[in-house]
Design a protein around this ligand. Structure first.
Ligand code: ATP
Ligand code: MG
Ligand code: MG
Ligand code: MG
Length: 478
């Protein structure tokens, strides 16, 4: 089943059941506390928290999402993209657990001939919050699931809140068993590919306060109006229904892998290393396309820095695959063609989008080669000394002079079995920032790249997850 059809069936199903179809919001989050839209519920936050009255009791959408916190998973797990589409249904004080569970169960198990997705009910497992007897009983009654396939989980996995005082509630996740060739039996286990999480149903039912940590807060009472917020990963359903191994092989993504493989003269499916690179290329090109489409441009901070990193990583991955020419003019149009059925504006706006992307590649190409040589030399010298840590000064120079995002340097170092002296890097970044401030006081000046510094400071030893970790894990993670 094509992704376009999966999308259509989702929206039709919920529209027939009284939901208003709401178009996707921009990837630039409408909620100012988030850098990107990371979930289908983000545009509905004012209605879900009760700040504003919802204009409709039920809504459904296919929301474009970016989760940069998942960037390191790309290509390694089968199920994480930096860009993906979350299909959701929402109830604002209207139906609650029973409605959410029966709408979801109906859509996933109804036969394909009859407009559903046609999953085999025997392969479905669900999780519920450990004391949510109500949800467990509903799963039993509506879906007739055996007890073994209704698993109970604690606060960390199955409780949702925004990270601050306000609404909260248990959630229930739906998994598909992909079979013994993907791992051991026994039900959903975090970070394994056998039991694939496809859908998360959040039941906002109570008011909480004093959130000290994800699992440390106090429930103060029931919400007057209970809400439903669900998110189904469209790419995940696509790869299951398209009978392919992972989300990079679906119709909306795979054409880029094919083109990258042709260009590089490397066969996809031959070595794990090259496969991961091709998946990174296909994922990052698609995310970049969608980000530029929504008005993001490469820069040294915030969203622009995320975009810059995605573009530069894909260019470098093509180099590692052995392709040294300009890659984006070959790949971006392929991604556009794979995505334009759902997003026709990508075609009408392509002149603008491509000009921005190609210019970024050209800028990076000017420094990539010299920067790589400098890196290689430093890495060799480090190893010859018998050391395992690359000097922070090298990382700083690569960043400052050659435009290597710090995490690119970290990634290159890791490939050589090295770490990077990030304390020194941070110190040099701070010094530079102070210098820039002083300069700015004297005269208005351009370059003061604080974003990498800020990301490192916020994220500690794993950079580049600062904002998104907040957004995926505390705000909207279920
Ligand atoms: P996972 O545990 O696999 O990382 P999650 O629990 O973080 O997923 P939710 O926040 O519950 O995901 O989002 C709802 C749904 O969106 C998930 O059930 C999944 O199908 C999909 N999804 C989440 N993150 C991604 C991603 N990076 N790429 C593709 N689909 C995703
Ligand atoms: Mg996740
Ligand atoms: Mg999960
Ligand atoms: Mg989840």
């Amino acid at each position: 089943m094509e992704t376009a059809e999966i999308r259509r069936r989702f929206l039709d199903h919920f529209e027939r059941n009284g939901h208003t179809v709401v178009p996707s919001a921009s990837l630039i989050s409408p909620d100012p506390s988030l850098l990107f839209t990371v979930a289908g519920m983000v545009p509905f936050i004012p209605y879900l928290t009760g700040q504003q009255a919802a204009p409709y009791p039920r809504a459904t959408s296919v929301q474009k999402c970016i989760r940069t916190g998942d960037i390191d998973e790309v290509g390694k797990t089968t199920r994480h993209g930096t860009f993906f589409q979350m299909n959701g249904n929402f109830s604002f004080g209207d139906y609650f657990k029973e409605g959410a569970i029966s709408y979801a169960w109906d859509l996933i198990t109804r036969s394909q001939a009859d407009g559903g997705y046609g999953f085999d009910p025997a392969k479905i497992w669900v999780t519920v919050y450990h004391d949510d007897d109500e949800a467990a009983a509903l799963w039993k009654r509506i879906a007739d699931l055996p007890d073994e396939r209704i698993q109970r989980r604690g606060l960390i996995d199955n409780y949702w809140h925004t990270g601050q005082a306000g609404p909260g509630g248990p959630c229930s996740e739906i998994y598909v068993d992909r079979g013994p060739e993907y791992g051991p039996d026994g039900g959903p286990v975090v970070d394994e590919d056998r039991f694939l999480e496809i859908w998360n149903l959040v039941f906002m039912q109570e008011e909480i306060t004093d959130v000290k940590a994800k699992d440390d807060f106090v429930v103060v009472g029931e919400l007057p109006a209970k809400n439903i917020d669900t998110g189904m990963g469209m790419e995940r359903v696509s790869y299951l229904l398209q009978g392919v191994d992972n989300m990079y092989e679906i119709d909306q993504v795979y054409p880029v892998i094919e083109r990258a493989s042709d260009l590089a003269g490397k066969r996809y499916g031959k070595t794990h290393e090259d496969d991961v690179r091709m998946r990174v290329v296909a994922d990052h090109i698609r995310s970049s396309l969608m980000l530029i489409g929504d008005g993001v441009t490469p820069s040294n901070e915030g969203r622009g820095y995320v975009l810059r990193r995605l573009l530069r990583r894909s260019v470098r991955a093509m180099r590692l695959l052995g392709f040294e020419d300009r890659a984006l003019p070959e790949l971006l149009p392929v991604s556009r063609d794979a995505m334009k059925a759902a997003y026709p504006e990508l075609e009408s706006d392509f002149a603008r989008i491509s000009t921005i992307a190609y210019a970024e590649e050209d800028t990076f190409r000017k420094t990539l080669q010299t920067g790589t040589q400098i890196f290689d030399l430093a890495a060799d010298q480090t190893k010859q000394r018998g050391a395992v840590t690359l000097a922070g000064e090298t990382a700083f120079k690569l960043h400052d002079t050659y435009g290597f995002p710090i995490d690119l340097t970290l990634e290159m170092a890791a490939e050589q079995g090295l770490s990077v002296d990030q304390d020194e890097f941070r110190r040099l970044m701070t010094e530079q920032r102070e210098r820039a401030k002083a300069d700015a006081r004297a005269k208005k000046t351009g370059h003061a790249d604080m974003s990498a510094y800020r990301e490192l400071r916020d994220a500690g030893p794993t950079p580049f997850t600062g904002y998104e970790e907040l957004s995926t894990d505390t705000r909207v993670r279920g």
